[in-house]
Design a protein around this ligand. Structure first.
Ligand SMILES: Cc1cc2nc3c(=O)[nH]c(=O)nc-3n(C[C@H](O)[C@H](O)[C@H](O)COP(=O)(O)OP(=O)(O)OC[C@H]3O[C@@H](n4cnc5c(N)ncnc54)[C@H](O)[C@@H]3O)c2cc1C
Ligand code: SF4
Length: 320
């Protein structure tokens, strides 16, 4: 690891006033610094900032420094969010890692993490060895000729499904952005991963009140049942009335370059009976536009099956 200067501001104003890379739990940043993927000269430990708190009075509000484990354990948090967190990383990591840091984590593409390899995301214009290389874990949706890396966060998928917003604070003021708009597909500039401006801090994560999100879940398919990133995942919420689907929220992870909201699947579910047949029909549009790579041709089909499994999980004993 290269030498760096570490400071620990105690007010948001001080944190925004100094240039540097924010450090929350450090579970991603420190790894990437050890690998020389990130080489900040100044690191700002933000753990003393007053950015904690979980409020479930009207929708959900999490301070950005809330730990993944604490958000997952809070009784007022919608099940899809809790489950996505509990299926992430390990208990030790969840105790350390913050919600804001989770949303800002970098891709797990092995080429990105290996500075001896080219990578357009790390070194713009150098190339993308994953496109014709080891790409089993990579994306089939939202890809470009410049980058095919998946977004790694599980909880971001549940948050996108539930219309979450992030509050962003900079020296110029505070703004709020829908999480679905926050992330950027790679296009020709994969190094631009999100809407965060230099020096801007995620200060809060908000989820609007949605009473029927109590009927939500997160299904994660991976190579082993713990401590592994998603091959494919689905966050779903269903409003079922008299056996019919009044409304639905669906998003997918592990298959796309950003957390992938599936509004076409939601539209196909609305008004239909809550049956496996309807779920199968709706899921059939989930992978429209998918561009499989040499080693991940199974992902479009896995995506459809993951969505169906999540929907069935929600309706077992409820309308079926
Ligand atoms: C072995 C392993 C397995 C994992 N498995 C999973 C998994 O299955 N699912 C999953 O979702 N994640 C997984 N993770 C990722 C883990 O969840 C993240 O490392 C963690 O959430 C990052 O949070 P942090 O607080 O430690 O962030 P840090 O490492 O401190 O920061 C990460 C990045 O976010 C920036 N940042 C932090 N806070 C803010 C803020 N408030 N505003 C703006 N920028 C900020 C930092 O500058 C840095 O660039 C895994 C990690 C490891 C090491
Ligand atoms: S997929 Fe993206 S992150 Fe991975 S090597 Fe290609 S450009 Fe880099």
């Amino acid at each position: 690891m290269r030498p760096f200067e570490l400071t620990a501001p105690t007010t948001v104003e001080d944190a925004l006033g100094s240039a540097g890379t924010f450090l929350a739990g450090g579970t991603t940043l420190v790894d990437l610094m050890k690998l020389d993927v990130l080489t900040p000269q100044q690191v700002l430990d933000i753990n003393e900032l007053p950015l904690r708190g979980i409020d479930t009075a009207d929708g959900l509000r999490f301070g950005t420094l809330e730990r993944m484990a604490d958000v997952a354990a809070h009784p007022g948090v919608y099940p899809a969010i809790s489950k996505a967190l509990l299926l992430s990383a390990s208990q030790q990591l969840r105790n350390m890692a913050s919600i804001g840091g989770n949303l800002m984590q970098r891709t797990r593409c092995s080429y990105f993490r290996d500075v001896t390899m080219p990578c357009n995301r790390r070194d713009p214009g150098s190339g993308c060895p994953a496109i014709n290389g080891a790409n089993r874990m990579h994306a089939v949706l939202g890809t470009s000729d410049a980058c095919v890396a998946t977004h790694a966060s599980d909880v971001a998928v549940a948050l996108v499904a539930l219309d979450a917003e992030v509050e962003l604070t900079s020296a110029d003021g505070v703004r709020t952005v829908a999480l679905d708009d926050f992330y950027r597909v790679p296009g020709a500039t994969p190094e631009v991963e999100n809407d965060l401006r230099p020096g801007e801090l995620i200060t809060e994560v908000r989820v609007p009140r949605l009473d029927w999100a109590a009927n939500s879940t997160y299904v994660k398919v991976r190579d082993r049942q713990s401590y592994e990133f998603a091959l494919c995942s689905a966050a779903v919420a269903l409003d079922v009335r008299d056996g019919r689907i009044a409304d639905a929220r669906v998003a997918a992870g592990g298959v796309a370059t950003v957390p992938w909201r599936l509004k076409a699947v939601e539209a196909a579910l609305r008004g239909q009976p809550a049956t496996e047949e309807s779920f199968t029909h709706a899921a059939s549009v989930a992978a429209e536009g998918a561009r499989p790579l040499s080693a991940n041709g199974f992902k479009p089909s896995l995506l459809k099956r993951t969505i169906i499994r999540a929907l069935l999980e929600l309706t077992e004993g409820n309308g079926r």
